[in-house]
Design a protein around this ligand. Structure first.
Ligand code: CP
Length: 321
């Protein structure tokens, strides 16, 4: 059921040029162009070559990485930032989310990144913004987090020194482990990494990888599914993407059994040559130890955060054309 729901959501993605709501709104050619823009930014201080107007983050759910990196990216690209914070906004006076978007539209902005609590909301909000306003999905419910998947793919290409071209991940084994069913990062990464040829494995206990969900991703995206991490690691993964338990998207989260220790990375030796990634936030010592996440040479996590600024700058520049 969840899968059909997400298929319908993905079909609703706006197609006009200035939005990134679902990762499939960007063709492979678009992705490669964004990566070329990002590469051209590497190693130099990015300077906004144009006065691009106003950018605002509208985050109905908390964030550190996505929110800050969008703001830095917007400054890089020549936008001025409007300050908007849900907790000090009129949402606290029970103004609705759609009316908040209508108000921001009337005030007048040129670009907006929206993080929504529920799947499909960013697509819905797009109907209340001027058509030429740049709109980027900064994560909506369990649906998608397209900019995270772009920065993840860029980080993988950078680490393995692979070119930005179709099928570039052919032969690369990528595992996604943890709370897969509630993860928008997993979903966008399955769509994008499989498009570029990755051999994907989804790894979780059965209640976080239910059979209807697993069978859809096995048949449509050729994903392998594993119900324990050790079996998945035996196929010599190249990349392991870790996910935290997304309790904010679970009912009765305290009561849902998740055998964390069987799906966590606490012993670097068990990983062989596999590098690890994590979209963050990391729950220390749950899915991974801080030492492996931040001090080991096999971790690409800090690189992912750094590349987040680069990729979001490139997306803003691409959508500003
Ligand atoms: N990866 C990610 O979305 O992190 P934040 O919630 O901190 O933005």
């Amino acid at each position: 059921m969840q899968t059909v729901f997400h298929m319908i959501l993905n079909m609703q993605g706006q197609k006009h040029k200035k939005t990134l709501i679902n990762i499939n709104d960007f063709s492979d050619v678009d992705v490669i162009e964004v990566f070329n823009i990002a590469s051209s930014f590497e190693g130099c201080s990015i300077k906004g070559d144009l006065e691009r107007g106003l950018f605002v983050n509208v985050f109905f759910e908390n964030s550190t990485r996505t929110s800050l990196s969008f703001q830095k990216a917007a400054l890089n690209c020549g936008f001025k930032i409007l300050d908007f914070n849900i907790s000090s906004s009129s949402i606290a006076k029970e103004e609705g989310e759609i009316n908040t978007i209508r108000t921001i539209n009337s005030i007048g902005v040129n670009a907006v990144a929206i993080r929504a609590k529920f799947s499909g909301q960013v697509g819905l909000f797009s109907k209340f913004l001027n058509e030429n306003t740049i709109l980027i999905n900064a994560g909506d419910g369990t649906n998608e987090h397209p900019t995270q998947s772009l920065l993840d793919l860029y980080t993988i290409l950078e680490h393995f020194k692979l070119p930005s071209k179709p099928n570039t991940l052919s032969g690369l084994k990528v595992g996604i482990v943890g709370d897969v069913v509630n993860s928008r990062v997993a979903r966008s990464n399955i769509f994008l990494l499989s498009r570029f040829g990755a051999d994907l494995s989804l790894i979780a206990p059965p209640n976080f990888l239910p059979e209807n969900f697993a069978s859809y991703y096995r048949s449509q995206f050729k994903c392998k599914t594993f119900y324990d991490l050790n079996s998945a690691l035996k196929q010599k993964l190249d990349v392991l993407i870790l996910l935290r338990l997304q309790k904010e998207r679970m009912e009765n989260s305290g009561k849902i059994p998740f055998p964390i220790s069987q799906f966590a990375v606490k012993d670097q030796a068990a990983l062989d040559d596999c590098v690890i990634m994590h979209p963050g936030p990391i729950n220390d010592n749950a899915e991974i130890t801080s030492k492996i996440a931040y001090e080991s040479e096999i971790s690409l996590i800090s690189r992912q955060v750094k590349n987040g600024v680069l990729i979001r700058s490139a997306i803003l520049k691409f959508l500003s054309k």
